[in-house]
Design a protein around this ligand. Structure first.
Ligand SMILES: C[S@@+](CC[C@H](N)C(=O)[O-])C[C@H]1O[C@@H](n2cnc3c(N)ncnc32)[C@H](O)[C@@H]1O
Length: 237
């Protein structure tokens, strides 16, 4: 919840734009919160520092060069939550933390552990995760896909140093490849590669491929299209 809070308030981006570690008074002035709520900020920040989201560093006071003060700095983790970069994972955080109903299901763990359902979502909603994402609420699917797509941008970073992974491969099937965000990045880097994105029919139904990218709908537990290599990224059962 604190992570959600920090991303909603855009704190990583505020620190980034500040250009150096930010003291509490400067952070509060950037946040512009009601005065009755400002006491919350150092508490939540301390919790997030403990978990490695931010770091507390000592800086010289901006006005009084002699005096040292504490300030919040970005860590490698929160660098990934700065908006406007090509590796911003904020949509990924949002897709996991935005859904009140799904969170509410967590309150039924005791009931789930005594029952026969495979997941606590089945206990709460009568259907599993993918049915819930794809069928019950169209908004859920787009938030989820955006989250996955933002995570896929990380493939850009991986491709920089690991291009050799795809050398000598003629075709790839990305099983559970979602809306093809990962596929598009790889297809652009390797125009000769034949790439298939395989996902559940409702996910790929309206998606259009390109000369080297094809979308195929189906259930991976029945069969998957043939290819030289199989890519499985971020598959949670
Ligand atoms: C966590 S998402 C990962 C998406 C993508 N690989 C990525 O990294 O962005 C898992 C994907 O698996 C798909 N999926 C779930 N069950 C499946 C099944 N039985 N057959 C094919 N795809 C499935 C979901 O629709 C979803 O798009």
């Amino acid at each position: 919840m604190s992570l959600k809070w920090a991303t909603e308030l855009d704190i990583p981006t505020i620190i980034h734009k500040h250009g150096k570690p930010i003291t509490l008074p400067h952070l509060l002035s950037a946040l512009n919160l009601p005065p009755s709520k400002t006491w919350v900020v150092p508490r939540f920040m301390r919790f997030l520092v403990y978990h490695g989201l931010f770091a507390i560093v000592r800086v010289h006071d901006y006005d009084d060069k002699e005096e040292e003060k504490e300030a919040y700095a970005l860590t490698p983790t929160s660098e990934l939550l700065v908006e406007g970069t090509n590796h911003c994972l904020t949509p990924f955080v949002k897709c996991h933390l935005h859904d009140r109903e799904m969170f509410g299901a967590g309150l039924r763990m005791g009931e789930w552990i005594r029952g026969e359902e495979r997941s606590v979502l089945e206990t709460a909603f009568g259907v599993g995760f993918w049915d819930l994402i794809h069928q019950s609420n169209p908004g859920r699917m787009s938030v989820f896909n955006e989250g996955m797509a933002s995570d896929s941008q990380m493939v850009n970073l991986a491709l920089k140093d690991c291009k050799s992974v795809f050398e000598g491969i003629e075709s790839v099937v990305d099983v559970g490849g979602g809306n093809g965000a990962t596929a598009k990045i790889i297809c652009e880097a390797f125009p000769e590669l034949k790439f298939i994105v395989f996902d559940l029919p409702p996910v790929v139904a309206d998606l259009r491929g390109s000369h080297n990218l094809t979308y195929v709908g189906g259930d991976m537990f029945q069969s998957i299209p043939q290819a030289h290599a199989v890519l499985l990224k971020e598959y949670i059962g």
